[in-house]
Design a protein. Structure first.
Length: 159
């Protein structure tokens, strides 16, 4: 059997033991997008979504999700993250979302930043679905990470 870190000798799922790893400063940035109809973008720009402040709700939900990632993703370590930020930017065809998560710890925060983007996008969808059922959540991805044994990562720009 190949050497899978999340499987024991019998092939059963397990949480990886990170206790021997050194604590290092780690940061991860993730991004995603919610594609919206032009009328919905206009409502967001005017803060006129019937359910209320959609961007503020999505921002708070994303930060909360980063803090709860270990409860949501099987085998993901519950981490005492030291920083989480979610920014939402209205663009011509929707809303771009960026999340940053940081920790000084033994494992990375990629899942926390990705979860923050995903939950922020889902919350935004929930806030606009009454006016835009065709909204599309797309392009959730890790942009960069720093720290840890595997070193730094930065996504190459699209061609």
């Amino acid at each position: 059997m190949p050497d899978f870190t999340h499987l024991d000798e019998q092939g059963r799922a397990r949480m990886v033991d990170v206790s021997a790893k050194a604590e290092t400063a780690r940061t991860a940035v993730a991004r995603g997008k919610v594609l919206l109809a032009p009328a919905t973008v206009a409502l967001l720009r005017d803060n006129a979504i019937p359910k209320g402040d959609a961007l503020a709700s999505a921002r708070i939900a994303g930060i909360m999700a980063a803090k709860k990632t270990g409860d949501l993703i099987p085998l993901c370590h519950p981490l005492p993250i030291t920083h989480a930020a979610v920014d939402l930017t209205i663009v011509e065809d929707g809303v771009e979302i960026e999340a940053v998560a940081s920790i000084t710890g033994r494992t990375g925060v990629e899942m926390e930043s990705l979860t923050a983007v995903a939950v922020a996008a889902l919350t935004l969808y929930d806030m606009v679905k009454a006016v835009d059922k065709a909204a599309v959540i797309t392009d959730i991805r890790l942009e960069s990470k720093t720290g840890g044994k595997s070193g730094d990562f930065r996504r190459s720009p699209a061609p």
